[in-house]
Design a protein around this ligand. Structure first.
Ligand code: MLT
Ligand code: ZN
Length: 465
């Protein structure tokens, strides 16, 4: 790839304006990395276009000069998918941050790629509707980034992933052409649905510049329960029992160590005094009094079977929010230990045996490291974070974790699971992609990339080399 010289900087300024081409050290660092810290950022230039036409012009320039582009949203990713460490141009979509229009009949919102998730959630709320994809980073993640990573989060069990809410999207390809995919249609079987190829492609096929997002009815009177459980197997029994009786909108879990860390560092209260090995967090709607009675009946059933040792249920919105923080604040709390993050999944029915095998490997392999479990266990997605001890060099820590990862990913492979349930592959997981994808699948991915991005300028080196 070509280095970025003065002539290119001048051409970029001609497209987006002088103040929108940044080369100062602070901006290069800020825009050159995401929430991961495993790679040293080294961006060449930051470009902030304010229209789709400008994005196309920048990409055409990059294609003509053979310049690598890293598309950039809120940079809250956890797989180094938005990290620029080879002097690339970072194309940040921050200024495409307008909600363009709302259609109450279709219940869709057309918005720029730079609209922040929370902005969309609040906009939906103001229309009496609901955008259900939610996660701890919704205050800074952007819709374009959510689409490019097919972001999941805490309500997938009920509402699915970002993919399920994209009614249409506009994409600038690696040659600077604009594709308008699906145009908000509910039904469209006219050939391949390229929209779904782009969702989750981590910016390697094109730059998402605009999206038409679907909205739904708001939930009614959400309640949150936190239950103390003695072991992983019990968590799955609790899930089956509750799903047999009510519709859950979330079923999350975390370990006692996760709870201790979050309580100590976020100034939160424990849900109840007696510690248990694991905790399940459940959320459900209460449209009427019967809903809580049913939930309490299920709770008592689980206590009677020994699957639940203790529990609390929210009595107000504030209490529900406080209980959610016990789960949602874990990731940020752990970031001070620069954890080695695993984001693995299998089909829900295989979770108990999958978990037991992973736990056996991990506890034998990391006797001197703190291991923190949490995640979206209701959809089969487990986050296993290994905390870096103070004083251990990052490289040595990564090396030791990488060795164990291979054993963990062999288990993932045996269970037909995924090495990356929701965070994506980026730079972090590309060496392990073959544990979840066959050689033929990876070769087809490469061929598809060549079609969208013939010169290989879009996020090169991410997902695969
Ligand atoms: C979460 O579930 O909290 C997020 O995926 C972030 C993380 O895994 O740390
Ligand atoms: Zn997660």
């Amino acid at each position: 790839m070509t280095p970025i010289g003065k002539d290119i900087l001048a051409a970029l300024q001609g497209i987006v304006g002088a103040g929108r081409v940044l080369t100062d050290a602070e901006s290069l660092l800020r825009y050159g990395r995401d929430w991961t810290r495993a790679h040293t950022p080294d961006a060449g230039v930051i470009v902030l276009p304010s229209s789709i036409g400008q994005v196309q012009d920048v990409v055409r320039l990059a294609a003509s000069k053979q310049l690598a582009i890293v598309p950039s949203g809120g940079r809250t990713g956890l797989s180094a998918g938005a990290v620029a460490c080879n002097s690339e141009m970072v194309l940040a979509l921050d200024r495409l941050n307008r909600i363009e229009d709302f259609n109450p009949v279709d219940r869709t919102v057309r918005c720029g790629a730079g609209v922040v998730t929370e902005q969309l959630q609040q906009y939906a709320d103001a229309q009496g509707l609901f955008y259900p994809v939610d996660f701890a980073s919704s205050g800074s993640s952007q819709i374009g980034g959510n689409i490019s990573t097919n972001a999941g989060g805490i309500k997938v069990i009920r509402h699915g992933m970002t993919r399920d809410w994209v009614a249409g999207l506009k994409l600038v390809t690696g040659t600077g052409e604009l594709l308008d995919l699906n145009r908000g249609l509910v039904k469209n079987n006219a050939g391949y649905d390229l929209r779904h190829l782009v969702i989750g492609a981590e910016g390697t096929l094109g730059i998402v510049v605009e999206a038409t997002m679907s909205l739904s009815r708001p939930p009614e009177n959400l309640a949150v329960m936190v239950l103390g459980v003695p072991d992983m197997a019990s968590i799955m029994s609790v899930l089956a029992a509750f799903q047999g009786g009510i519709e859950l909108s979330a079923f999350e879990f975390f370990s006692e160590l996760a709870l201790c860390k979050v309580v100590a560092h976020q100034g939160l209260q424990r849900p109840f005094d007696n510690p248990t090995q694991y905790y399940a967090l459940l959320e459900f709607e209460q449209p009427d009094e019967q809903a809580m009675e049913t939930a309490m009946g299920l709770f008592e059933h689980c206590v009677g079977r020994g699957w639940v040792l203790d529990g609390v249920v929210s009595q107000s919105v504030a209490q529900a929010q406080a209980l959610w923080r016990l789960r949602e604040d874990i990731s940020e709390t752990l970031s001070r230990w620069t954890p080695y993050k695993n984001d693995i999944s299998t089909v829900v029915s295989r979770v108990p045996s999958f978990l037991a095998e992973v736990e056996a490997v991990v506890s034998a392999s990391y006797p001197d490291f703190e291991i923190v479990w949490y995640g979206h266990i209701g959809d089969g997605n487990l986050h296993l974070n290994v905390l870096k001890p103070d004083g251990l060099a990052m490289e040595e820590f990564q090396r030791r974790c990488g060795e164990v990862s291979k054993q963990v990913f062999e288990i993932v492979q045996r269970h037909g699971g995924s090495i990356s349930a929701e965070h994506g592959v980026g730079l972090l997981k590309k060496d392990y992609l073959h544990y979840s994808r066959s050689p033929l699948e990876i070769e087809i991915m490469r061929q598809i990339k060549r079609v969208f991005d013939p010169q290989g300028i879009l996020n090169p080196g991410k997902i695969f080399d």
